[in-house]
Ligand binder design. Structure first.
Ligand SMILES: Nc1nc2c(ncn2[C@@H]2O[C@H](COP(=O)(O)OP(=O)(O)OP(=O)(O)O)[C@@H](O)[C@H]2O)c(=O)[nH]1
Ligand SMILES: [Mg+2]
Length: 301
């Protein structure tokens, strides 16, 4: 296979800038949870785009931010580790606002990236900003990164300039045969994505402080003979009062979360799903390293 291009692009940026939205949009399929709340993504996930001439392997990451608890430290660690050994870095920023301290934190991480690794700065959410402000913000982000970068403005949500971005990334990849089979689009199992989609549904339905304090564990994931998948999952909250909120009056809220999540999981897997949810209190789990470990968030330090 001559002239085939392939390689890994880490997608980094502060929480909520649209990293997962962008990857879903490029793949034309939803593989990652998306929500208007920060810290939706909690682990690295590959999004694999295979074309006739190239394979771009995107590494979705949690948003880098100033951590306020042990879970936050884990999320930053997950994101920072994604920078190791990739062929390029896509720094996604919010075009509608000036850079903040989280962007500065990312820019300082990028200082350690060897010059041979290309960095692309993409300003997302360009639909939310006028041309004048876009230019000012662009210059500010560019100054923050400091070194030579390719720059592009996009809207992941409205698929504006997303194709141009993909072309740019492909042009920066090394000549190499594909890494993955063409039918593989991610490295996570369906049950792992299901856990994320359940959390996404909770993030979308609930308000205030509860959403950040939720973790989801899939306890059972069984394909039944009749084309139906049976899923049982537990939503962990930090306090007894949150349990009541998540369940809602007469179980109304939990039912809404379950219905929304079931639809998303069915769409992803292309089969019918029977979803059973329960809620459990795991006191202050975001700061408890043992519980974090049990839930799959392992801090190395
Ligand atoms: N207006 C507008 N909104 C967007 C665009 N791209 C993403 N969003 C919205 O931004 C919010 C955050 O999107 P995500 O994809 O979850 O952001 P993320 O960077 O993956 O966030 P974390 O996983 O928390 O780090 C969602 O409500 C998206 O619909 C865009 O181009 N324009
Ligand atoms: Mg995300």
């Amino acid at each position: 296979m001559t002239d085939y291009r392939s390689g890994f692009f880490a997608v980094i940026g502060r929480p909520n800038v649209g990293k997962s939205t962008l990857i879903n949009s490029i793949l034309g399929q939803k593989i990652a949870a998306v929500s208007p709340r920060p810290q939706t993504t909690r682990r690295r996930q590959l999004g694999i785009l295979t074309r006739g001439d190239a394979q771009v392997i995107f590494v979705d990451t949690p948003g880098i931010h100033q951590p306020r608890h042990k879970l936050g430290e884990y999320l930053n660690q997950e994101a920072e580790e994604a920078l190791d050994g990739v062929d390029g870095i896509l720094f996604l920023a919010d075009a509608s606002v000036e850079p903040n301290e989280d962007d500065a934190r990312i820019a300082s991480l990028l200082k350690n990236i060897p010059p041979r690794i290309p960095i692309v700065l993409a300003l997302n959410k360009m639909d939310l900003v006028d041309a004048g402000n876009l230019k000012t913000h662009l210059e500010a982000y560019q100054a923050l990164v400091g070194r030579e970068t390719r720059i592009i403005s996009i809207s992941a949500l409205h698929s504006e300039h997303v194709n141009d971005l993909v072309e740019l990334l492909v042009s920066l990849l090394p000549s190499r045969p594909p890494e993955y089979d063409e039918e593989q689009i991610t490295d996570l199992y369906e049950r792992e994505i299901a856990a994320d989609l359940i959390r996404e549904a909770a993030l979308l339905k609930l308000r205030d402080e509860v959403p950040h304090g939720i973790a989801v564990r899939v306890d059972e994931f069984k394909e039944r003979g009749n084309g139906m998948t049976y899923i049982a999952a537990t939503l962990f909250v930090e306090r007894e009062s949150q349990k009541g909120i998540v369940i809602g009056e007469g179980g109304k809220m939990l039912k809404q979360i379950g219905t929304a999540a079931r639809k998303q999981i069915e769409e992803m897997g292309g089969h019918k799903v029977f979803l059973e949810l329960r809620v459990k209190v795991e006191k202050d789990w975001r700061n408890n390293e043992n519980v974090l470990k049990r839930l799959g968030y392992k801090i190395k330090k």
